[in-house]
Design a protein around this ligand. Structure first.
Ligand code: NDP
Ligand code: 8X3
Length: 251
């Protein structure tokens, strides 16, 4: 209750669901994203319900801007209790010998380097205060590669390694570190992956009931509110008819 929760990529999907669920939980929110107008709409929606919200407009790949905006946070917002490293994306499903180098760079810069930037900006304060929780949004894709997943899967395997590494590095503190690993969640994710091909994106969720952003946000809220001696280290969350990154039964 009443924690300061910072969410990256809060303008859509899992990040937006986290914003709403943590607001319902009574927390104060720092919402970050690239889309200033969407962030403002969400801020208005949540403040109308009594939640205190600050928005920061930056791309997680822009280390300089992220640093400046985090430094400029009002003193009463500096002590972030929960960092949710959610901003991320997949681009394409081409074989590794045909993929686009620029798209690979975008995934690596966002999913890995953006997460590291935010970790480096927020966690030192948590260590000083001996209090905090980092929730990284990994993926079932980080457990094993699937066809065409190559670089995206590698980026989420990196999220697992970085989450595990951070957990070791703060094991002598009261800070908790969680890797949330969703499977198929119906968000804007596949529209982005298939570069705006909505039909192709929709097909992915046909014949199976996918997870929703809210399903994942519920687990994040649970992890953040577990008793202080309980560290939810890793959670794999799959749709009932999904068994792994590559086994999905559609009816
Ligand atoms: P969405 O596309 O709905 O949301 C992604 C969010 O990340 C958006 O707010 C997007 O902002 C933001 N984002 C992307 N790139 C950047 C950037 N460079 N800087 C700041 N924000 C950025 O997808 P999801 O909600 O599904 O994805 C959220 C996370 O969940 C990702 O890390 C994804 O890899 C992970 N995930 C998703 C799964 C799924 O099946 N959907 C399953 C497992 C994990 P903008 O609108 O400006 O692009
Ligand atoms: C997103 C889920 O299976 O499309 O991480 O990689 S999947």
């Amino acid at each position: 209750m009443d924690k300061i929760v910072l969410i990256t990529g809060a303008t859509s999907g899992i990040g937006l669901s986290c914003a709403r669920k943590f607001a319902e939980n009574g927390d104060r929110l720092i919402l970050t994203g690239r889309n200033a107008q969407k962030l403002e709409e969400i801020r208005q929606e949540l403040t109308a319900k009594g939640t205190e919200v600050i928005t920061l407009v930056f791309d997680v790949r822009d280390r300089e801007k992220a640093t400046r905006l985090m430094d400029e946070l009002p003193a009463e917002w500096q002590a972030v209790d929960v960092l949710i490293n959610n901003a991320g994306l997949a681009l394409g499903l081409e074989p590794e010998y045909e993929g686009d180098l620029d798209e690979w760079e975008t995934m690596i810069d966002t999913n890995i380097k953006g997460l590291l930037t935010m970790t480096r900006l927020v966690v030192p304060g948590m260590v000083k205060r001996n209090r905090g929780h980092i929730i990284n949004v990994g993926s079932v894709a980080g457990d094993a590669a699937y066809a065409g997943g190559n670089v995206y899967c590698a980026s989420k395997a990196a999220v697992k390694a970085l989450t595990d590494g951070l957990r070791i590095d703060v094991a002598d503190t009261a800070i908790r570190v969680t890797n949330l690993k969703p499977g198929l969640v119906e968000t804007n994710f596949s529209n982005v992956r298939f570069r705006g091909d909505k039909e192709r994106a929709k097909k992915l969720y046909t014949g199976i009931m996918p997870l929703t952003g809210d399903d994942i946000a519920d687990v994040a809220v649970y992890a953040a509110n577990a008793p202080e001696h309980v560290q939810i280290a890793e959670v794999l969350i799959l749709a009932t008819h999904q068994a792994s990154g590559s086994v999905i039964v559609r009816k």
